[in-house]
Design a protein around this ligand. Structure first.
Ligand code: ZN
Length: 327
């Protein structure tokens, strides 16, 4: 069955003043690879809604910055349409949740925390409002699993749910010693009753599909144990080999496998990163997985040196997680 894609041309209005990796062309590329899926329009949300997620000061800052078409920081631009596009991106997330769909939204969201920059990040990393968290907070959803496979750590999302035991957040990303935002280590596990519900799984630079593959049994056993009522995918495709901003070597095989995690479960998916080839080939393979398409993709292989670094991360992760999960 084809899943619905949530999209509006208004997502193209948020646009950079100069050349920038996060630009409207990304959505045109993504859409051109999903020609047979039904398209739904995002619902509108009111101007008060971002405060469900973010502190008032941050929301005010975004609105003012958008009015003035200023940069929020060295990475993150706004223009006069940013406020409207960002509100509609929240609406896209709601529509995706209600219809088990995939929202192709801009601006992206997973680096935006409660007060903006999260865990001391240098910038907002192109993000404005945290789209993935909106349905969870608005409807006070319980037993949620967020799976964030963007190559960067979803620091904003983890900050928002840091002490919330109802949200298991599994974030798979490139070693933060080697990539923005510089946090997201395995010992970051949440606080208070939420300890153990924040799970950071690391891949060293140059990791291929073979190393991602070793993470799936671990993710699967956590999901089997937790039995989430809904899986929310923060779907970023910038770990695709040659996508441009990072140095992992994932291909269709990995994104297809992430999509399979949503099979026979309630889910919604929100676009995060992905800047070139990942939006063409990775995104299409992910949707195929979500739809239960039968595919055999050949994956990339990692060097022994990369594998050995990965195994060090994985043993540390298992050691930490064993206190909370059957892994
Ligand atoms: Zn990213």
């Amino acid at each position: 069955m084809k899943i619905p894609i949530i999209y509006s041309d208004e997502y193209l209005l948020h646009a950079p003043p100069l050349h920038h990796a996060e630009n409207p062309e990304r959505l045109r590329v993504a859409l051109s690879n999903l020609k047979n899926n039904p398209i739904l329009s995002p619902e509108n949300v009111g101007e008060e809604e971002p405060k469900i997620i973010h502190e008032q000061d941050y929301v005010n800052l975004v609105k003012l910055s958008s009015k003035r078409a200023e940069w929020l920081d060295a990475d993150t631009y706004t223009n006069e349409y940013t406020w409207k596009s960002a509100l509609l991106a929240l609406g896209g997330s709601l529509t995706a949740y209600k219809n088990q769909g995939f929202a192709l939204v801009r601006p992206p969201g997973h680096h935006a925390g409660k007060a903006g920059r999260a865990f001391g990040a240098p910038t907002l990393g192109f993000c404005i409002f945290n789209n993935i968290s909106y349905p969870i907070l608005k409807f006070n959803l319980k037993r949620v699993a967020i799976i964030d496979f963007d190559v960067h750590y979803g620091n904003g999302t983890q900050d928002i749910f840091w002490d919330n035991p109802e949200v298991v957040h599994i974030d798979v990303h490139q070693d933060p010693h080697t990539l923005y935002p510089g946090t997201g280590f395995p010992d970051m596990i949440g606080e208070g009753e939420a300890k153990g519900t924040k799970i950071n799984l690391l891949l060293p630079p140059l990791s291929g599909d073979d190393l991602y593959e070793e993470l799936f049994p671990l993710i699967q056993s956590i999901l089997d144990d937790y039995k989430p009522s809904v899986i929310a995918f923060s779907a970023g495709f910038d770990g695709f080999e040659g996508d441009g901003l990072a140095s992992l070597r994932a291909t269709e095989r990995t994104y297809y496998n992430f999509g399979l995690l949503g099979l026979k479960r309630r889910f919604y998916a929100i676009l995060e990163g992905g800047y070139s080839i990942g939006l063409e080939r990775g995104l299409k393979a992910f949707v195929g997985g979500l739809e239960g398409e039968k595919k055999e993709y050949i994956g990339t292989k990692s060097s022994e040196k990369t594998r050995s670094r990965f195994q060090d991360f994985l043993s540390a992760e298992r050691r930490i997680l064993r206190d909370y999960w059957k892994v």
